[in-house]
Design a protein around this ligand. Structure first.
Ligand code: NDP
Length: 449
């Protein structure tokens, strides 16, 4: 390592890039975290001597496998499946499965790395993992999705378990896919255990798991605003995405007295100046999860505007990106701020590229990075695991309170580590440090393994 923090970062990233060539999303996620941790560990040589950061940035295990399935025309299709088990220092591996044509090893390694810190922040005993396949569920029949899920689980089942690795949903993996995969796991192993979360309520699911990520993201925005003596009430929010996270973030904004004016999908965004209220949201949930249509149909149904591209040029107080990674660049972050945005809470994972994050931090707006803002989903997944182990089911009221308390606890930890002492809270630094310390100390306890 060099002498200054900048030299150390350059040398560290050189090693990461050399060992993981071309994996740009993984490099991006590692650099964002390491840049904030290196200054913190300068006077804590034990973390450096024991190579804690180097070990965190090398997944414990990467599994790739072929998934062959037959489509409705009896054509054989071949996809690639993955599970990246990043770190299990503080608990069994835990993290979602993504089915999307864009899935690569780089994207899953970034997500598994981020998940390690996020899960630590929840305070629950969960390590970090992520998986998925380059399978595109769009336009596939239910039977095709079922056959794919069954074939995917036929290999994945040997690498997971209720005390080993507990996958959940992510982009393209919702209740339908979890049901097909759990059915196959159960058949292959002859065990009914909590090996997946996000299950249906009839077979071991937890209340409020579906809502948890979106709700938690908005609680985070509310917690940051509260520090400034402000609230969601009366605020205008723009949201990207129209899937699980986006729709429940919108629902919570409405419940707290704000107004949501945009939602999007990969074809464009709708702008509804009157606000996307509960009835309109019910339409979106049906459109996206039952009819599996395009967001443009919302504009046709309610007389709203439809535009190609992303919603970041729309005036707002709060922005909640909930679609995918790298959806806000430096210029888009500047546009947000120019148009009045003072609070960004990331529902999606790593939706803002580094140039955009630098814009938020320079402007000193409220910025909750994804590992802080969207941890509510995995937190309730952790509670689903507890309920499955104990063979009990908690009430909705209990779980709503636990989710809210968890998000408050995460905000407090990030505030503690991110307070710059000049009235500004750098929540990015706070989230990275608070997530790091617990995992790092557990790794120290194990010695060199
Ligand atoms: P869904 O599949 O339910 O919805 C994804 C939404 O994002 C859809 O509207 C989709 O549009 C849009 N989208 C996906 N890829 C792109 C793209 N490349 N460009 C533009 N729009 C895109 O996924 P989730 O809501 O579950 O996940 C959204 C984000 O939240 C992801 O980053 C995920 O990792 C993160 N997250 C999810 C959690 C969960 O509990 N589900 C937990 C924590 C984080 P279209 O319909 O056109 O594909």
């Amino acid at each position: 390592m060099g002498t200054t923090v900048e030299e150390q970062l350059e040398s560290f990233m050189h090693g990461v890039e050399r060992r993981n060539p071309g994996e740009i999303e993984f490099h991006q996620a590692v650099e964002e975290v390491v840049a904030t941790i290196l200054p913190y560990i300068q006077d804590k040589p034990i973390y450096q001597e024991m190579q804690i950061l180097e070990r965190m940035a090398e997944p414990d295990r990467v599994i790739t496998f072929r998934v062959c399935w037959e489509d409705d025309k009896q054509q054989i299709r071949t996809q690639r499946g993955y599970r990246v088990q990043n770190n299990n220092a503080i608990g069994p591996y835990k993290g979602g499965l993504r089915f999307h044509h864009s899935v690569t090893l780089s994207i899953l390694k970034f997500l598994a790395f981020e998940q390690t810190f996020k899960n630590s922040l929840t305070g629950l005993p969960m390590g970090g993992a992520k998986g998925g396949a380059d399978f595109n569920p769009k336009g596939k029949s239910d039977h095709e999705v079922m056959r794919f899920c069954q074939q995917f689980m036929t290999e994945l089942f040997r690498h997971i378990g209720e005390d080993t690795d507990v996958p959940a949903g992510d982009i393209g993996v919702g209740a339908r896919e979890i049901g097909y995969m759990f059915g196959t796991y159960k058949r292959l192993t002859n065990k009914f255990v909590g090996v997946l979360t996000g299950k249906g309520m009839e077979y071991g699911g937890s209340k409020i798991r579906t809502e948890a990520t979106g709700y938690g993201t908005v609680y985070t925005a509310a917690n940051m605003l509260a520090v400034k003596g402000d609230s969601i009430e009366g605020k205008t929010a723009i949201i990207s995405g129209s899937g699980n996270v986006a729709t429940y973030a919108a629902e919570k904004i409405n419940q707290l007295g704000g107004k949501v004016v945009t939602l999007s999908d990969s074809s464009g965004f709708v702008y509804d100046k009157d606000g996307i209220d509960a009835d309109k949201l019910a339409y979106v949930v049906d459109l996206k999860t039952v009819r599996r249509g395009r967001i443009k149909e919302y504009a046709d149904e309610f007389g709203a505007e439809f535009h190609e591209g992303k919603p970041w040029g729309v005036n707002c107080d709060i922005a909640i990106p909930c679609a995918t990674q790298n959806e806000i660049d430096g210029d888009e972050a500047k546009t947000l701020i120019k148009n009045g945005c003072t609070c960004v809470a990331e529902g999606a994972n790593m939706p803002t590229i580094k140039a955009g994050i630098d814009v938020y931090l320079d402007a000193k707006i409220l910025f909750a990075p994804s590992k802080m803002a969207n941890a509510g989903g995995v937190a309730v997944s952790g509670l689903e695991m507890s309920q499955n182990s104990a063979r009990i089911s908690w009430s909705e009221d209990e779980l709503q309170k636990l989710l809210k308390d968890t998000m408050t606890g995460i905000h407090e930890s990030c505030l503690e580590y991110g307070d710059e002492g000049d009235g500004y809270v750098n929540y990015l630094k706070g989230a990275n440090l608070a997530g790091f310390v617990k995992v790092a100390d557990a790794m120290l306890a194990y010695g060199v393994v």
